[in-house]
Design a protein around this ligand. Structure first.
Ligand code: SF4
Length: 218
């Protein structure tokens, strides 16, 4: 039933024009992965590559996330990845709280209600603020457990796009932090849903699963 409802939601999502972010985007970008996963990873919003290919976290940030997941014994096909905002903000603008709230209340909240994950991982500040409160700070609160307003166990970690801007010892430390946060999230999800297989034999190559989308004339 969940798969059927999510399929219907994905079709509805493609028609959403509820805010101005849709005007510059090729089309909304939904979620990817296993709908049975007890662990959902929530990023910020699609960038250029995600908009072009129609899958979340498939660009350079996504490739870094895949490596971190693999290190923490998870693969993208066995977890579910999605975003707070579904359409690429113009010029990769960071969405403000009101913009994030608007899209997430329409779509992410419904995804979470359908999938009912044991654990939510917030990638970066935008996801952390929406899920756990605007008073939270990623630099202070990553790696800690919070309850979302809807009662999900949520842990935040750095967005991989942030790691891509770091170098030297800061990068090494941040990579370890992300690894430990993901490992902690997997362990909690496993303790709540014992027996779930978080990893395939090899990381999924998301680019091979999709083709570039074409911008339609309006
Ligand atoms: S960003 Fe969200 S609310 Fe705005 S048009 Fe896209 S899907 Fe709809």
């Amino acid at each position: 039933m969940t798969a059927e409802i999510l399929k219907q939601m994905a079709e509805e999502l493609m028609k959403c024009r509820a805010c101005t972010f849709r005007q510059q985007a090729i089309a909304p970008v939904g979620w990817f992965g296993s709908e049975a996963s007890p662990l959902i990873i929530v990023g910020e919003g699609p960038g250029l590559v995600e908009d072009e290919y129609g899958l979340p976290l498939i660009g350079p940030s996504g490739q870094l996330l895949d490596k971190a997941l693999w290190a923490a014994k998870m693969t993208r096909d066995k977890v579910l990845t999605t975003n707070i905002i579904k359409c690429r903000p113009h010029n990769n603008k960071t969405p403000n709280l009101a913009e994030a709230d608007f899209c997430a209340r329409l779509w992410l909240d419904r995804e979470l209600r359908e999938i009912r994950p044991a654990v939510v991982v917030a990638l970066g500040s935008v996801a952390l603020h929406y899920l756990c409160g605007a008073d939270k700070k990623i630099s202070r609160d990553r790696g800690l457990w919070f309850k979302t307003a809807a009662g999900y166990d949520c842990i935040a970690t750095y967005h991989p796009a942030y790691l891509l801007r770091l170098t030297g010892p800061s990068l090494v430390k941040a990579k370890w932090d992300v690894f430990h946060d993901l490992e902690t999230a997997r362990d909690r999800a496993l303790s709540l849903r014992p027996g779930y297989e978080f990893s395939s034999a090899a990381p999924a190559d998301l680019r091979s699963l999709t083709q570039k989308r074409v911008r339609r004339q309006r």
